[in-house]
Design a protein around this ligand. Structure first.
Ligand SMILES: [Zn+2]
Length: 66
């Protein structure tokens, strides 16, 4: 459960990110170029009260912790 940083309201989670006109979405990667490690596609949480959005990764435990 995510709480809005601005107003402490419970946020609605699980929205997908889409880039308009493309539908490519975005990915978070570690590094650049072809050797970049692909990480999880970020999800979005939205505060129903003030409209604050928050990006998050669902499976954080898959990431390398350095
Ligand atoms: Zn809020």
């Amino acid at each position: 459960m995510r709480i809005c940083k601005q107003c402490q309201e419970v946020m609605l989670e699980g929205f997908d990110i889409k880039v308009e006109w493309g539908g490519y979405g975005i990915k978070i990667s570690d590094g650049t170029g072809i050797f970049a490690k692909r990480l999880e596609k970020p999800k979005v949480a939205i505060c129903p009260k003030c409209g604050e959005i928050s990006l998050y990764i669902e499976n954080v435990d898959k990431m390398d912790k350095r």
